[in-house]
Ligand binder design. Structure first.
Ligand SMILES: *Cc1c(COP(=O)(O)O)cnc(C)c1O
Length: 380
């Protein structure tokens, strides 16, 4: 594992850290399908593998790459983003207090609110960048975890990681960041003080809408990390070796895809900002966006491929636009090479905080002119 790591993420990604298979010289690693491994004659497991629910050799390269890209000390891949997101909360005890963001990926919020009650966790939700609200919510000694997502679904407001980390740490809490939308190409939360970074690797990391996967990257390889890894094993939150292999393949082009998506999203945001039929374009790259000043500081080399638009004509107008698109596909999820559009409130269902006049766009790597022309004809 002592690879001489090239400095730039582009080189690390394209060559997947430059690992060469020792047995064959292959530039692409083999897929280890084995679930069980032979013990040494003296009853040890010196090669480090015993059973695939604990660990699988196919994970090693992709986990090393994630560790390197995020500037952490350790990483693990899991069966999905939700599988990853739930792990840190499962280290907590009944009576522990958690602060999370009120605006974030609906699945994590819905799971947390349901699980919290059953597990005896106390949860407070605070609006993005509500510094006073956060200060009031954090209970020194009792708050164990602060959870943020930046940019946050589906308004894509950028959250100040360093400021949040400082407040969490002052109270003895850890900070976890869902960095799915930013990716390590644009933001490296550990450099801003985060203790743990989470990704739905289903999205940009894999990038081709064909693998469900999650990832956790830790700032420190310590006792807490050991506990997180134990939860992956005991709860069987594992990724299939084939999916781990596909994820590594997808990641080789992460930098190219994220940059192209970011450029396309910026072009779309600029084109439709101020459009008479659109009341608001929500994109962290626009000067008018809430959190833009934070995004400009915290995001490096682009503002990501996710944006939302709110329509003057309300829900009916938003749904009519989604109905008319031809290049964009009407589908949930994000971070793939193809552009998607979704009426978020419909999929989140009753009780969603998402405005009904909002469409969320995951901008892919197609030509920006084709995407803009498609939206122009759909919006009218
Ligand atoms: C998709 C997503 C998740 C959940 O990940 P899955 O891979 O679908 O389980 C969590 N957070 C964010 C920001 C997401 O976009």
């Amino acid at each position: 594992m002592t690879t001489n790591r090239p400095k730039h993420p582009e080189t690390q990604l394209a060559q997947a850290l430059g690992w060469v298979d020792e047995t064959t010289g292959a530039l692409v690693p083999p897929i280890h399908g084995a679930t069980t491994y032979q013990r040494d004659a003296d009853n040890n497991y010196r090669r480090g593998y015993s059973y695939t629910r604990g660990d699988n050799p196919t994970y090693a390269q992709v986990e090393a790459l994630l560790t390197s890209l995020e500037g952490g000390e350790a990483a693990m891949v899991l069966g999905s983003g939700m599988s990853a997101a739930t792990v840190p909360f499962m280290t907590l005890k009944s009576g522990d207090h958690v602060v999370a963001q009120s605006v974030m990926y609906w699945g994590v919020r819905a799971w947390l609110l349901g699980f919290a009650e059953q597990w005896g966790l106390e949860v407070d939700l605070v609006a993005p960048n509500d510094t006073e609200g956060l200060a009031a919510a954090i209970k020194p000694g009792r708050t164990k975890l602060v959870w943020i997502e930046t940019p946050a679904n589906p308004t894509f407001e950028c959250i100040d990681i360093a400021a949040t980390a400082e407040m969490a740490h002052a109270a003895g809490a850890r900070l976890c960041v869902d960095s799915t939308v930013a990716t390590p190409i644009l933001t490296r939360p550990i450099e801003h003080g985060a203790d743990l970074v989470m990704h739905s690797a289903t999205k940009y990391l894999n990038g081709h809408s064909d693998v469900l996967a999650g990832a956790l990257i830790a700032a420190r390889d310590d006792d807490w990390w050991a506990k997180l890894k134990e939860i992956r094993a005991f709860h069987g939150k594992v990724l299939g070796p084939m999916e781990a292999w596909l994820l590594l393949r997808g990641m080789r082009t992460l930098h190219l895809r994220v940059r192209q998506s970011s450029e396309n999203a910026m072009a779309i945001a600029r084109r439709f900002d101020g459009h008479p039929k659109i009341s608001r374009v929500l994109y962290p790259g626009l000067e008018s966006a809430p959190g833009h000043e934070i995004a400009a500081r915290q995001m490096n080399g682009g503002f990501g491929g996710m944006l939302s638009m709110q329509f003057v004509g309300g829900e009916a107008a938003a749904i009519a636009v989604a109905e008319k698109v031809k290049v964009f596909k009407r589908a949930t999820s994000l971070g793939g090479v193809e552009s998607l559009v979704e009426h978020r409130a419909s999929i989140e269902g009753a009780g969603t905080p998402v405005p009904f006049d909002l469409l969320r766009f995951s901008v892919g790597v197609e030509h920006a002119d084709d995407l803009i022309a498609d939206l122009e004809q759909a919006i009218g």
